[in-house]
Design a protein around this ligand. Structure first.
Ligand code: G1P
Length: 285
């Protein structure tokens, strides 16, 4: 079965990024010259996904406005002969098909996914967490869609992290069955004593059975309905796989991770590379 839809949980308060996120959704923070969420939406589009379902909440209108067409701005740019910028602006609203729904209360990632139940229907789907920005040749969600062709089941993206950081992630224990692929034996959300260093990164392919499973999932870490806990329950009925993706991941929901991502992505841009390199050299650090 083809994967066509991608769910983007974007209802969080962005508390790790205060005060910047007091009045601005963290998804709208600028990475070089585009809001963070545009990078993950482009990842979904480049992987061939057809529809993006964004789970929003209070104060998140800027996200909808960003992906909408902007008639006044388009007229203004046309009048001023700014055709190149007009092209960039038009491209954003024509990226992909969007649907929005709201998570009324911040009850956790699992609960946010459950809000998409009616919009997703009975088909497997992708989930992309916007905090995880991944620089890769092939879009990570596309790499996972390829794995899904061979292993048509739920798949979580994983990366090896230093043991000292493992308690900050969902942690997978698994049996390696092919290069980069593990059959999951157990998963635990932010464990105090991590059993491995295979950390879940924010890309998932989920079977629709996850919805009923989330409904049966009790609040876990932080009193929230966790997706990791739901996957642990799902594991009793279906296989779940973990895929060690190819690419460099930045935790852009974290201040220092965001700063690093800005430098790395700016260095990749031909128009900024030379001057930025010179500046970094001048700093002599
Ligand atoms: C979420 C997931 C966690 C995963 C992480 C990756 O946590 O619950 O399992 O490791 O994303 O970024 P959050 O960072 O939203 O607390």
């Amino acid at each position: 079965m083809m994967i066509k839809k991608a769910v983007f949980p974007a209802a969080g308060f962005g508390t790790r990024f205060l005060p910047a996120t007091k009045a601005i959704p963290k998804e709208m923070l600028t990475l070089v010259d585009k809001p963070l969420i545009q990078y993950t939406v482009e990842e979904a589009k480049n992987a061939g996904l057809e529809e993006v379902i964004i789970i929003t909440g209070m104060g998140k209108c800027a996200i909808e406005n960003h992906f909408d067409s902007s008639f006044e701005l388009e007229v203004l740019l046309k009048e001023r002969g700014k055709h190149e910028t007009l092209g960039v602006i038009n491209e954003i609203s024509n990226l992909i098909q969007f649907a929005y729904t709201r998570q009324k209360r911040p009850l956790g990632l699992g609960h946010a996914i459950l809000c998409a139940k009616a919009l997703v229907g009975a088909e497997p789907f992708a989930v992309l967490l916007g905090d995880d920005i991944i620089d890769s040749r092939v879009p990570v969600i596309g790499q996972m869609m390829k794995v899904f062709e061979r292993y048509p089941a739920s798949i979580v993206a994983v990366q090896k992290v230093p043991r000292s950081k493992a308690h900050l992630y969902g942690i997978v224990t698994g049996e390696r069955i092919a290069p980069r692929i593990y059959r999951v034996v157990d998963l635990e959300e932010k464990p105090k004593k991590p059993k491995s260093n295979l950390a879940i990164i924010g890309r998932y392919i989920l079977t629709p059975e996850i919805f009923d499973t989330i409904e049966r999932t009790k609040p876990g870490r932080g009193g929230e309905i966790q997706l990791t806990d739901a996957l642990r329950i799902l594991l009793k009925d279906e296989p779940v796989y973990a895929y060690e993706f190819e690419g460099e991941r930045f935790d852009a929901g974290d201040k220092i991770g965001f700063i690093k991502a800005n430098i790395a992505f700016a260095l990749k841009r031909p128009e900024f590379r030379r001057e930025l390199r010179r500046y970094l050299k001048e700093l002599g650090i």
